[in-house]
Design a protein around this ligand. Sequence first.
Ligand code: ZN
Length: 253
Amino acid sequence: MLNDADLERYARQVIMPDVGEDGQERLLAARMLVVGAGGLGSPVIFYLAAAGVGHITIMDDETVELTNLNRQILHITASIGTPKVARAAAAAAALNPGIEITPRRERLDVDNVDELLSSHDLVIDCSDNVATRYLLGDAAWRTGTPLVFGGAVRSEGQLSLFHTGTPDSPCFRCVFPDMPDAQQAPGCSEAGILGPVTGVIGALQALEAVNWVLGTGGKQTGRLLLFDARGGGFMEISTSRRNDCNTCGGQSV
Ligand SMILES: [Zn+2]
């Protein structure tokens, strides 16, 4: 049951037929893992906390640097040199003290990824390196955890939802079969990034996660949304399972 403070805090979404008190209770019960508290993680964490996602785990092992601040809006100049998860957790708790935030200052690796995914309802990839993305993609398929994928570099972004339990949904590696090297997929430190581009993609990731819980989501499975901030706008391409995929072989778990 929502209390009076909850009904007031979430009034503008509870009033929507797609949400209602039932939907808000589901959001408050949801457990989400956000991997990365940087450019994508910033809007994701803010919007999940604001929406009342009740349990948010934030993973990141880095500290805030001055070069982060053109886009990583969770962080402030005074937090330079301090752990990103500490500032992220403090900002989310200040926005919404009624939810549980668990900061984990560590890196996702082969030893912790399955346990972490299995203990959450959904994972949001806000990481900044391909090794983490493939680790997460493979583990999401193994554990059956819905994965909200987002990426942004320079003035372009991508978004998709991978869920092995959804009929015909490809896994991450069906769509991205080969791990690119640093030259093929340069990160923000080499290629640059416009802050609002991470804002667009991060906001869409948060929306996809909220929609998933409300049962109004899943639309982004089997599709890869591409965003071009230099006038191209949004474009979608269809994706599908591949029988020669090294991770899923075209199968659900
Ligand atoms: Zn696959």
